[in-house]
Structures are given as C-alpha cells and as structure tokens.
Design a protein around this ligand. Structure first.
Ligand code: SER
Length: 884
C-alpha cells in the first residue's frame, strides 16, 4: 500500500468517526521550547492545557515532523532519520481510553478491502503503563487480545510528555510482530526490532512539572479534561505494508534514492559506503526541503544552522557519489512531487524553495570546487612522490580557505587510498587559534578575522536604505569585538555592529563613511566608521555611549543629517571638478583616485607637468559655473553595457555589479558610475574653491578643494588675511600689492647701499691694520680678529692688508670667531715668501691652538677651527715661528 493511501485511509477512518480533518501545522510553530514541530499534538497543545477552547471535540491530522537530535547518525543505520510523518487522532475532553483503543484497533486490523490496513490481529502486541489495569481490560474486551500479548512497561517507555513542562499522560503502544527472522520471541519488551511499534495512544490527563513522570516524579496537576493524543508512524506502517526492510525502501523515500541513483549511475544496495550517502540524501532532502518550504533560510544559528547542515550534507554526499552537477533543485522537485499531495504549501511555495536551496548550493559549491582542485593537486603530488599521507598543512589549507570540514578531507583522501596527517592538521588548527587570539588582542577592531564576516554574510547581505532615508529600523545581526562574535557590548566598549539594514553609507567610491548613531531604548551607539566587507556586509564601528547593545536587538540607524548634507556636496563637487578638469585639460585627464567628505575633496588624475595658475583658475571657474547653472543631478540604473553606451566613466580597478548605478550631472557633461550620495541640483554643492595642486607620483597630479560652507570659510579667512595686511600697511585692500611691491623695492635699494658702505669700511680698516704691523726682526706680522668681519670679507681684508705692506717681508693672519667656530685666512707678501714664509706651511704651526686644520698655497691659505678661545695662542705661535 502506497504511503498516500495509508494517509488517506487514516484520515477517512477518523472522519467517519466524527473527527475534524486538520491540516498539518508548519514545522515552525511559535513554541520557544521546540526547534521544529516533532509530534502531531504540538499544534493542539493550548487545547490540552485549557489555554484556548478547542474549536472541535475531535480532530485528526497527518503532521510533518522533524527531529534533529542525531543528524550525524542518519545514513549510518537504516533506523535513524530526521523527517517523518505522524498520523494522529485527538480528543479534547471528549472520548477517552475505550474509544481510542477501539478506533485504532479497527483501522489496524480491518481488512484492506474494507478500507483498513489489514494487519493480522494475531501478530499484534500492545504495551500499557505499569499499573494501567483499565487499559489491559479494554484491550482484552474490545480487541480480544490475549493477556500474554499485553505487556506492562514503566514510565520510561509508556509515559509520554513533550520533554518539557506541559501536558502528558500514560500511554499504550501497538506493535506488529515481523516474525522470528527479525529477532527473538518475547514481545516488545524483548525485542523492538522484531516487534515494531506502529502507534502510540496517549491518555493525556496530567500536567507535568519540571520533572517528568517518566522517571517516577508525580505530575504537578491534572488537565482540565481527559484527552486523547495518538501518533501513528506513517513510514513505519508503510514499511510493513510494503513489505520492505526499512524506511529508505518505502515508496516516498525511495523516490529520492532513485533520483540519486539516476544522477550518480550507482546503485543503492551495492556497497555499504555508498548506501550511507544515498540514505543521507534521501532523509535530508525530505527534512531540508520541508523546512525551507516552511519559511526557514539557511543560516548560522538555530533552525537556519540545522537546515544548512542538512542541505550541505546532501550536496557533499552527492559529490561523494560522483555527482558533479547541482543537486538540490532536482531533489527538491522529487520531494515536491512525492510529498506535495499531502502538503500543498510545498507546491505553491516551490519557487522560493528552489531559489533558497540553489543559492545555498552555489555558495557551498564554490568553496567545494575550489577546495577539491587544491585537494586533487595535493593528492597527486603525494602519490607521485610515492607517499601515502596528505600533509597536515594541506588539510589545514582546505579547512581554512575552503571551509572543508576535516571529515570531508578524510573521506576524499581515503577514496584515493591516502591517509591524512591529522595530528599535523590539529597542530596547525591550534596554532591558528592562538594566532587569532593574539591578533585580536593586538587589534582594536577585527577586520582581520574574515570568518566572522563570512559567517554573518551567510545570514544575508545588509540592505542599504541610505539613498531613500536617513533613519532606518534595523535588527542587530551580529556584534564583533576584537575579531570575535559577542552577544552584547556595554558602555564605553568599541565594537563592530552588523545590521540587516542600514542607512549609514560605508566608505566607498572615494566617499567617506557617514557619521551618525545607532539607538534603541536606553542604548546609544556613536558610529565611528562604516566599512563594507565583501561589498555586501555593512560593518559599523561604534563606541557604546549608553546602555547595552545585544544581538537580535531592534534598533534605529540614524545618519547625522548635517554630515550627510556635507557628504553629498563633497561627492557631487568631486564629479563637477572632474568634469571641469576634463573640459579644460581634455579627456586624457582621467581621475585615478579620489577622496571626499563634508567640505573637502581631493582628486588625483593622469597629467604630465604642473598646472599653471591660469589653468587652475579656469578649472575653478568652470566648476563654479556648473554650480551656478543649477544642473539637475540624475541617478540611473542599468547594465554595464548601458553605461558604456551612454559614455559613463568607469574607473579603472573598480569592479561593478551586474546592475550599475550612474550619476549624471547636467547630462553627458558629467556621467559616472557611482554608488555615492549626491545632491539633487548642482547649486546645492555651494562654492568650490581649489586650494592646491601638486604631484603625487609620475604622471599623476592632485587637486584639492573645499566645497560648500568650508569653501566659504576658507575664502573668509583669506579675506581676513588681506584686511590684516592692509591694516598693517595702512592702505586700502586693493593697494596692498602695490604697497608691498614698493616696500620690496626699497629694501633692495637699502641692501645695496649697505654693501657699498661695508666695502668702504673694510678698505679703511685694512690701512689701520697695516699700520699696526709688528716688526719681528725685519719681518712684519699683522695678526688680528677684526670685529664684524667674516667669510669672504675676511679674505678680501687679508689681501688688502697684504697690499698695504708693499714690498716688505710680511705675514697677514686674520681670524673671525662665531660661537664655537673659527675661520682664518693667512697671506704672505712676496718678500716674506722669499724669506721662506709660506702661508700653507704656517697653518700647521698655529692651527692646533684653535683646534683647526687647513692648508693652501704659499701666498694664501685659509681654513677653520673649533676653539675660538685659542686665537691668542695661535697668534703667539705664529710670532714665535716668524722670529726663528
Ligand atoms: N504525542 C505522542 C507521540 O509523539 C503521540 O502522538 O508519540
């Protein structure tokens, strides 16, 4: 009997018996105690507890259920699974034990021709809760079961509750004996493989507290009424009625395996290794697709994370079966076709399901493909070197860069007959953790640790709302402190905040990030910086001013409106200056980089040589004319081809998305690909004033400008400067240049006059010095340190004095001292030289006294020293030498 028929008969049986048919609830019910709905009764919980009046006294449903406790075991056995369907009948204070037993027995044992399941009554066994004599009697009376096929069990087996405080009650379970070939005699208490449980009848009457009656703790109360909750395992009945061994061979599950066989060219049942993969695919495809269909998207936490594991395990297992093409869409179709008749949502919402699973698969395959290539190369190298062990650093690289779990690498290696150096791998992992820790400690913000961002990115890109609004309601997706995810951050802390949406512009395209706040009740975060990670994730660096921000919190992202006005002026101003540059210098003057923030802009462009002042003025004038013309600023979207056709300027080195954003100012005059924020009309930019032009490398020039209020303030300052000067010069502003020119001229004339005077003075002092020459036994010495004479003047003076000595044998030695330096000039007359006095030779005689050295020709020598205090000693040494 096909599964759908089993479901249909169940439904019809209970409908005939006065039950309202209730559709399966979503797997995601608003119950904080449950990750996924895991039993048929979950949607009826409020009725059992009396929290809400039941709209019907009797109900029946076939509920999709997911239990994810042992995902890792799925596939390894034919027993574990994450998805199943539970058919149930429910009574809310209506019928109780007797009817529950009667209804179940009828359906199970009625012949198939009469609409039942046709199980042989002689192979049915039941269990009851330890002292439930009433149930034992009823089974004998209503079903005619002999006492030896009714077994008592304790709470562990025969008390049912949700695992948390709530409704509960003793139960009675129905088993089918599959025969001695499946295990030993003795009923369910002896062997639960041979005696397969198919149906659990819960006599729901208790309110369980923190501790479960399963373990002997008494219930804390009774429910407002006595109820019935039953659950029949649809797949288990299918196993029995289809005569197959396990759930994987039942019709609906097998359909997925069939598809996997078709795609892989392998057969289920051929070998145990592949069978594990087939089973993983079959089970996870059902749970994964059903979960997506109920609105969950893959993520890194909670349900999203479980879903991601399920989907990725399918992809991995498919790869290991040798399937190279994407599979999730295909398996999703199989699940839709098989399960759709029972779950219409699966069909109506299929488009979304398809796009969700395909996106997840693409994301995973990108890493898988890249990693597999690395793996193949590494494995090839190991083999050709005659080795058998894949080095730990390769496994580490695969893990670190390609997100390969180590068990995937192990599996791939073993397929090639290779081992993996797991110890080496673990050592590198440990090292990396230590490094990351040290790194995080050394860094104020954690842009280094990309995995954190990758993780957050998997929750989805940040939606940027800053083109439309300044204030945006958002949810905190994640908080990062020193490169690590944290749940919360308190006053004074500096953390990074990732939001699902934000109005704050992240630094890009030359435009600085927005200033602003992120606020919530009692919480205020000052936004210090905003950066985009991977072009999709907005990371706000903030300082917590007040309160505590927590992950998941609803917040308001607020752009500082003043800042944004300035930012728009700055960015539009940059486009205008760029267009003006190209108008004045020609199209070769292409921007190679830019930076702008409120009030300031900087633009680097290709150009050889400096700009003349006239050119600069012209660029400035063209820019300001464009402002005055109040040109409309238009934002357009299109493909990159559209942009090229329109002649938009795309900047070298930038990457663009499929849809590009173009900003046009005054038509084609200025059309650039740009994601920035702009004014609506060029007049809103305000004045633009160039403040400098310089070289920033070969062939690249930089212009800087102030815009808006800053331009005004800059000009106001300049004006104040001129007024200041005019005040000092006591002339009207306009006469400042003429007055300065006149002053400079007067200064020049005065300096010339001064030079003349100094020359005359030197000449007169030469006579005085010569007159004072010492006669040292027929040789004359002029040695002095004339005040106020230095440098070239010293030399000139020495030569003049020598001239004044005429044909007498003589030596002239002049010194000049300043701070800790001495300079000197020594000159000899021709007659002196005839007597053997050479200037150059005299230097070593007196030099040491002034700590100096020097040298020169016989007629003239000069040099310097470091001890001005030694001048008298130097002169004395000269005197002695001449007297020799
Ligand atoms: N709630 C019980 C179970 O899950 C019967 O439906 O087994």
């Amino acid at each position: 009997m096909q599964t759908h028929e089993i479901i249909k008969r169940f439904r019809e049986h209970f409908e005939r018996n006065g039950h309202t048919v209730v559709p399966s609830a979503s797997l995601i019910l608003d119950d904080p105690t449950l990750l996924f709905v895991n039993a048929g009764m979950v949607q009826f919980k409020p009725y059992f507890l009396g929290e809400a009046p039941a709209p019907y006294k009797r109900a029946t449903s076939v509920q999709k259920c997911v239990r994810t406790g042992d995902i890792d075991e799925v596939g390894k056995t034919a027993r574990h699974l994450t998805f199943f369907q539970m058919a149930g009948n429910f009574s809310f204070g209506d019928y109780f034990k007797a009817d529950a037993i009667r209804f179940a027995w009828e359906l199970v044992t009625k012949s198939q021709d009469e609409g039942g399941y046709g199980f042989d009554p002689n192979r049915i066994w039941v269990t009851v809760y330890q002292n439930d004599d009433e149930a034992i009697e009823l089974w004998q009376k209503l079903a005619g079961l002999p006492p030896e096929r009714i077994q008592r069990r304790d709470g562990l087996d025969n008390y049912w509750d949700m695992g948390v405080p709530g409704p509960g009650g003793p139960c009675s379970e129905i088993y089918y004996d599959r025969g001695p070939e499946f295990g030993k005699d003795g009923g369910p208490i002896a062997d639960e493989d041979r005696y397969m449980e198919i149906w659990n009848l819960v006599f729901m009457q208790d309110l369980r507290g923190e501790q479960s009656p399963k373990y002997g703790h008494p219930p804390i109360g009774v429910l407002p009424a006595k109820n019935i909750d039953t659950g029949m395992g649809v797949e288990r009945v299918a196993i029995l009625l289809q005569g197959v061994d396990n759930i994987y061979e039942t019709d609906l599950v097998r359909a997925v395996i069939n598809k996997a066989e078709e795609l892989s060219g392998k057969r289920y049942g051929d070998n145990e290794v592949d069978d594990v993969r087939f089973r993983v695919i079959a089970d996870h495809a059902r749970s994964g697709i059903m979960i997506v269909s109920d609105g969950v998207s893959p993520g890194n936490e909670g349900r999203g994370y479980v879903l991601r594991r399920l989907l990725r395990r399918i992809v991995r297992s498919s790869r290991l079966l040798g399937i190279t093409e994407p599979v999730l869409g295909t398996f999703a179709q199989v699940v839709r076709d098989e399960m759709g008749p029972s779950y219409p949502d699966l069909v109506t919402g299929f488009e979304r399901t398809l796009s969700v699973v395909q996106a997840e698969e693409n994301a995973f395959l990108t890493t898988l493909t890249a990693g597999s290539r690395i793996f193949e190369t590494a494995a090839g190298e190991v083999r050709s070197a005659g080795g058998t062990v894949l080095p730990g650093d390769k496994a580490f690289q695969l893990h670190d860069t390609y997100g390969f779990p180590i068990d995937l690498t192990l599996e791939m290696a073993s397929e090639q007959g290779l081992k993996v150096d797991e110890d080496g791998f673990r050592k590198l992992m440990a090292e990396q953790r230590a490094r990351a820790k040290a790194d995080a400690a050394a860094r104020k913000t954690g842009h280094g640790d990309k995995t954190v961002y990758r993780e957050l990115l998997e929750l989805g890109a940040t939606e940027f709302t800053g083109y439309q609004e300044l204030d945006t309601e958002a949810t905190v997706r994640g908080l990062i402190r020193e490169g690590q995810r944290v749940r919360s951050a308190g006053e004074g802390e500096i953390v990074e905040v990732v939001l699902d949406r934000t109005s704050l512009y992240a630094e890009s395209g030359g435009q600085d990030s927005d200033a602003g706040l992120i606020v919530a009740d009692g919480v205020e975060l000052e936004v210090v910086d905003v950066q985009k990670v991977a072009r999709k994730l907005w990371v706000h660096q903030v300082r917590v001013r007040h309160g505590e921000v927590v992950e998941g919190q609803h917040v308001l992202a607020k752009v500082d409106p003043e800042w944004r006005v300035g930012a728009r002026q700055g960015h539009s101003g940059t486009h205008v200056v760029h267009a003006a540059l190209r108008q004045v210098l020609g199209p070769k003057a292409l921007q190679s980089g830019s930076y702008n923030k409120p009030g300031y802009l900087r633009l680097d462009f290709a150009w050889q040589g400096g700009l003349s002042p006239e050119t600069r003025s012209e660029i400035e004038e063209v820019s300001n004319l464009a402002v005055r013309k109040d040109l409309p600023v238009k934002v357009m979207y299109g493909t990159i081809e559209d942009a090229q056709r329109l002649g938009a300027i795309a900047l070298f080195g930038e990457t663009y998305d499929e849809t590009v954003r173009m900003v046009e100012i005054g038509g084609p005059w200025s059309l650039e690909l740009c994601g920035g924020t702009h004014v609506e009309h060029s007049s809103q930019i305000g004045p633009i004033t160039l403040i400098g032009e310089s070289s920033v490398g070969s062939g690249v020039r930089r212009v800087e400008a102030y815009v808006g209020m800053e331009a005004f303030q800059y000009l106001a300052q300049e004006r104040a400067l001129v007024q200041n000067l005019a005040g000092m010069l006591k002339v009207p502003d306009a006469e400042v240049p003429a007055r300065v020119e006149a002053l400079v001229e007067r200064l020049r004339v005065a300096e010339k006059e001064l030079d003349k005077l100094r020359g005359a003075q030197l000449l007169s002092s030469a006579g005085t010095l010569a007159d004072a020459a010492e006669d040292l036994g027929g040789t004359f010495l002029v040695a002095a340190a004339p005040a106020g004479v230095s440098g070239n003047d010293l030399r000139t003076l020495a030569v003049d004095v020598r001239g004044k000595l005429g044909d007498k044998p003589g030596v002239v030695a002049l010194f000049s001292a300043a701070d800790d330096k001495v300079s000197f000039v020594v000159a000899t007359t021709a007659a002196g030289r005839d007597k053997g006095l050479a200037a150059g030779k005299l230097v070593p005689v007196f030099g040491p006294a002034i700590g100096g050295r020097g040298g020169g020709k016989p007629d003239l020598a000069q040099g310097g020293g470091t001890q001005p205090g030694g001048i008298p000693d130097a002169i004395a040494a000269l005197r002695t030498e001449i007297q020799k």
